[in-house]
Write a protein that binds this ligand. Structure first.
Ligand code: KG4
Ligand code: ZN
Length: 357
């Protein structure tokens, strides 16, 4: 089964081809530079950029893999959650292809696709506990199979990635700053008392990062010298070394409490779901070095295999959509042309049509 995947839910246009569960080619165009000057993704610009790039990447992908639409069995597309206008670009492109070629159409939940993406690299064991940490979501799922997800916990306000990006922004570091917080923090020393571990003194599996955001803002206001005068990266020699050290220590301490909060809730979820056979951690923030290391500790304590996608599969890409579409289509599901886009904040329905008997 050859599956074409299309991702356009935020600021990355990604297309990929997966044959029988194996990635055979992919194309990715990131808009990070376009949005960086605005300090965040501008939905209207992002949509237009998807519209511009989709046909270009599509042609290049098919050419480089030496296939035509006649060879493609499934067109799968991220149908949400995401920015509505962006999703519609991918969705309509996918529908056009499916209609013109008579190919099966499958709408994919972008969050589920993040969590099953490591299946491209290793065999996934189910049931699994899944932690999805991205720019828009922080979800804990019980995953019974690639098509059966139960949401156990979620963020009540900001997502983990948002907390990283806002912390970076408060220091005038460019968007998306998560990677920079990770990089600079890894050069600093953790002060465990600098920030409180957010939203752990309760009995649930939810997250909240808004209190931490306030604590970071307060700290930066008390130490305004940490804020860069112009948005950008601190250049070597451009500021006193003790300021760089203090900023790195602050970022190390911030990263520490985020990792700790994630670990506490994942451990709690594992204690309540003793039958799981693996721990999957995915999404953009799964690229974070502290998150990767604390999750390795959690998995070790519970004697579970830790499944982490490699770095290029952590952030948004077409391969994960192609693979999820392949899994869903293999289970006998498809969508009709009335498939709709689901914006952030709404639950993505599993409203496939089943060809199975
Ligand atoms: O999954 P993703 O590519 O897009 C969404 O679906 O949101 O995640 C993007 C998020 C951004 O907030 C970005 O700052 C964060 O992932 N991120 C990181 C790291 N790399 C990317 N956050 C912390 N540490 C990193 N190394
Ligand atoms: Zn994502």
């Amino acid at each position: 089964m050859l599956c074409l995947g299309i991702e356009s839910s935020c600021d990355e246009t990604g297309l990929a081809l997966v044959r029988d569960g194996e990635l055979i080619g992919e194309q990715l165009s990131s808009q990070i530079d376009i949005h960086a000057v605005f300090g965040g993704v501008v939905p209207e610009i992002a949509s237009r950029e998807h519209l511009r790039m989709l046909p270009v990447l599509f042609d290049e992908l098919l050419r480089s893999c030496d296939v035509t639409m006649k060879d493609v069995d499934v067109v799968s597309v991220a149908r949400g959650p995401g920015l509505q206008g962006c999703l519609l670009m991918g969705l309509n492109f996918a529908k056009g292809l499916a209609l013109a070629s008579g190919t099966r159409l499958v709408g994919v939940n972008h969050l589920w696709a993040h969590l099953t993406a490591p299946g491209l690299e290793q065999k996934l064991e189910f049931p699994s506990l899944g932690l999805l940490v991205s720019g828009g979501h922080t979800h804990i799922y019980l995953i019974e199979s690639p098509t059966e997800f139960t949401l156990l916990g979620r963020t009540l306000d900001d997502a983990a990635g948002e907390a990283f990006d806002k912390t970076a922004k408060s220091l005038n570091l460019p968007y998306p700053g998560g990677k920079l917080v990770d990089e600079f923090g890894s050069r600093g020393t953790v002060d465990k008392k600098m920030f409180p571990t957010p939203y752990v003194n309760n009995d649930n599996l939810d997250f909240s990062f808004s209190g931490l955001k306030t604590a970071v803002a307060t700290y930066v206001n008390q130490h305004p010298e940490l804020r860069l005068s112009n948005m950008g990266l601190p250049e070597e020699g451009s500021e006193p070394a003790d300021i760089t050290t203090m900023r790195n220590n602050m970022l190390a301490s911030f990263n520490y409490v985020v990792g700790k909060a994630l670990a506490i809730k994942v451990e709690r979820a594992l204690e309540r779901n003793r039958n799981v056979r693996s721990l999957i951690v995915a999404g953009g923030v799964a690229a974070n070095s502290v998150v990767r290391s604390v999750m390795a500790d959690v998995a070790r304590r519970f004697k579970l295999p830790l499944v982490l996608p490699s770095m290029h599969l952590c952030t948004d890409n077409g391969a994960m959509i192609a693979y999820s579409g392949y899994l869903i289509a293999s289970a006998g599901y498809r969508h009709e042309l009335d498939l709709d886009a689901i914006p952030r904040g709404r639950v993505v329905p599993a409203d496939w049509v089943c060809d199975c008997r």
